[in-house]
Design a protein around this ligand. Structure first.
Ligand SMILES: Nc1ncnc2c1ncn2[C@@H]1O[C@H](COP(=O)(O)OP(=O)(O)OP(=O)(O)O)[C@@H](O)[C@H]1O
Ligand SMILES: [Mg+2]
Length: 319
């Protein structure tokens, strides 16, 4: 039965919607009840340590793996039923680049363009546009098998974007790229999202990259979702650190601080106190406490956590 394009549903502003998505490999639960919504038209960062289930999630969302539990919709289609239609509408760069080593770069893209049924003139124009963009147009006739890892990676990204998919999965696209090439690719992704409205599902181990590109990030570990939010709101949740400078910041004041439930640790160095706070704790009460204990406060500085700090804290908390 020919399925009609699904009408704009209340969920259509989500490119991806999952509900309790679960996948086991034998006794191992690689993905454990993932429930998440990815709005259309953003760069979504999916972060987690090695083996946490990121690639498994992508394969489930593309209908390349069957779930053991839960469900997922990609571009309004059910992954369990409509895998082929989803793969047609999505671009993907998976861990293996999927290029033909015995074909030239141009022929690789042409092959995929035909598979996507792109008409010849549009195909040729798009191939030129993308190859020029990644600086590989002059080398289009070379066999890909002889290329460096980074060059193959750029070509694989171009391949994923070839048919202007509404949603593109990029599994560690900047791994193995030199800093200049990685920055260029990040700029491309930003441009793509703003000009073509493409939704990008990105995994990366580069947390600065995630912080820069993503307007929503999710952190998983051992298949479980630990946190999701805008990088800024995750950073604000990060266990903060305050530094108090002043005089009379002796043992009495330190003991009073340590007695507070939101204080993880207090250390003194050069007349300064370094106070580690629990997630989300405020500093105002602590400053009053110092003053009440006879401390003379000159300055209180709050250090902003980076996404990397928050990530490491989340990993620690899970242990
Ligand atoms: N086909 C498979 N057969 C058996 N186990 C698998 C298979 N695919 C993945 N796994 C296991 O599932 C877990 C999650 O793997 P996955 O590849 O999704 O991790 P990842 O988050 O992508 O890690 P990385 O950052 O290293 O790429 C791992 O323990 C892995 O060994
Ligand atoms: Mg992976």
């Amino acid at each position: 039965m020919q399925e009609l394009e699904s009408p704009l549903s209340s969920r259509s502003r989500y490119a991806i919607h999952t509900d309790g998505l679960t996948r086991n490999f034998g006794p191992l639960r690689a993905l454990d009840g993932l429930t998440i919504d990815v709005p259309a038209g953003i760069v979504f960062g999916f972060l987690g340590p090695n083996g946490s289930g990121k690639t498994t999630t992508i394969r489930l969302l593309l209908g390349l793996l069957e779930a053991n539990g839960g469900r997922a919709e990609v571009l309004g289609r059910d992954v369990a039923r409509d895998g082929a239609a989803i793969r047609e509408r999505c671009g993907a760069l998976l861990e293996h680049h999927g290029l033909y080593e015995r074909l030239s770069a141009e022929d690789n893209l042409d092959f995929y363009g035909r598979a996507w049924k792109m008409p010849a003139p549009a195909r040729a124009a798009r191939i030129r546009e993308l190859l020029e963009h990644v600086g590989l147009w002059d080398r289009r006739r070379e066999l890909v098998g002889n290329w460096s890892r980074g060059m193959k990676q750029k070509l694989a990204v171009a391949r994923a974007l070839l048919h202007r998919p509404a949603l593109v999965f990029l599994d560690e696209p900047t791994a193995g790229l030199d800093p200049v090439a990685a920055a260029a690719l990040r700029a491309d992704l930003e441009a793509l999202v703003s000009s073509e409205g493409t939704t990008v599902f990105l995994t990366t181990h580069n947390l600065n990259e995630a912080e820069r590109l993503c307007s929503l990030v999710a952190v998983i570990r051992a298949g479980k979702l630990l946190a999701v939010g805008h990088p800024d709101s995750l950073r604000a949740r990060g266990s903060g650190r305050i530094e108090i400078t002043g005089r009379n910041l002796g043992e009495g004041v330190m003991a009073a601080l340590r007695a507070r439930p939101e204080v993880r640790s207090v250390a003194a160095s050069n007349g300064r106190l370094q106070v580690e706070l629990e997630t989300g704790a405020g500093a105002a009460t602590l400053v009053s406490l110092v003053v009440a204990g006879g401390g003379l406060v000159d300055e209180v500085r709050r250090e902003q956590a980076s996404l990397e700090d928050v990530f490491l804290t989340l990993m620690e908390e899970e242990r």
